[in-house]
Design a protein around this ligand. Structure first.
Ligand code: C2E
Ligand code: CA
Ligand code: CA
Ligand code: CA
Length: 276
């Protein structure tokens, strides 16, 4: 293992070498995945206080030929570092928009919204707006049914630029949710300046809401903040009826989590909406 490699790199540590090789293989696999469109969107229900499905969040899955279904936590950061996130993100948006356009034809489904996750890197890309507008033109999507989920990290730097892009999209009817709220490091002052529609309370706070007074306090103040800024608020990661009851009694009327449904195929969502 101490021999000098072809590229002049010495590997003294076999585990490090194995990790590096695995990384290189994964990158190659991801390029292949984009070329062969090994992607599928799963959809997770978002419900109101009556349990009625009002929308879904689109969640990307990779159908790996050998490894099976791979979760985005394992490959989104890599897509970002490879700059592949722009192309994959465009595929995600286009698929979600096609779905909305199809649902618009069906009286039982046309009220549903779809929330799409947008990576900060993808949002900041100089071609983001033109890519998005091309997708909108291709799919003829009802834009007021589309919600884009962005995270606080988008606003840590170049906030004005991000704000301008949001305004341009809002002018066309697109809505915005602030995802993972409370886990970022940005100040609250920016919140009022952004054209947001919804705050998503991060699941890390929701999971412990009954056990931890600190988490309960954070959730309560997030709900109050949303109210005073006139934003919708939705709780993520709701897993138990006790959590839902607590949220309801504290003024949060929209929920997403395993209690109401895991991310599933589009067919399963349509089944849940009893269309068949
Ligand atoms: P996220 O946007 O915060 O999405 C919510 C994650 O929590 C999803 O994981 C979902 O399956 C999971 N989840 C939902 N309800 C519950 C629950 O009750 N309990 C628990 N324990 N988990 C729940 P998933 O699908 O693995 O996605 C992970 C992350 O990957 C997402 O977090 C998002 O940041 C990112 N991601 C997913 N799809 C896309 C995409 O199309 N584009 C981009 N840029 N990122 C994506
Ligand atoms: Ca999200
Ligand atoms: Ca989230
Ligand atoms: Ca997250």
């Amino acid at each position: 293992a101490k021999s000098n490699g072809r590229h002049g790199v010495c590997f003294f540590d076999p585990t490090m070498q194995a990790a590096l090789l695995a990384h290189v293989k994964l990158e190659a696999d991801l390029r292949q995945a984009q070329e062969n469109r090994q992607w599928i969107l799963y959809y997770q229900p978002q419900v109101d206080h009556l349990g009625t499905i009002t929308g879904v969040e689109a969640l990307l899955r990779w159908q790996h030929p050998e490894r099976g279904m791979v979760s985005p936590g394992e490959f989104i950061p890599l897509l970002e570092s490879m700059e592949l996130i722009n192309d994959v993100g465009e595929w995600v948006l286009e698929s979600a928009c096609c779905q909305l356009a199809r649902w618009a034809q069906n009286p039982l489904l046309r009220e549903l919204t779809i929330s799409v996750n947008i990576s900060p890197l993808q949002f900041r890309d100089e071609d983001f707006l033109s890519r998005v507008e091309r997708v909108f033109a291709r799919t003829q999507v009802p834009l007021y049914r589309l919600k884009l989920e962005v995270t606080e990290s988008l606003f840590v730097e170049a906030r004005d630029e991000a704000r301008e892009k949001m305004l341009a999209l809002k002018a066309q009817g697109v809505r915005f949710a602030l995802d993972d709220f409370g886990t970022g490091y940005s100040s609250l002052a920016y919140l009022a300046q952004l054209p947001l529609d919804q705050l998503k309370i991060d699941q890390s706070f929701v999971h412990q809401v009954l056990e931890s007074q600190a988490n309960a306090a954070i959730v309560e103040s997030t709900i109050a903040l949303a109210k005073s800024l006139n934003l919708e608020v939705i709780a993520e990661g709701v897993e138990t009826e006790a959590q839902q009851a607590w949220l309801l009694s504290h003024g949060c009327h929209a929920y997403q989590g395993y209690l109401f449904g895991r991310p599933v195929t589009v067919e399963a969502i349509e089944e849940l909406m009893s269309v068949h």
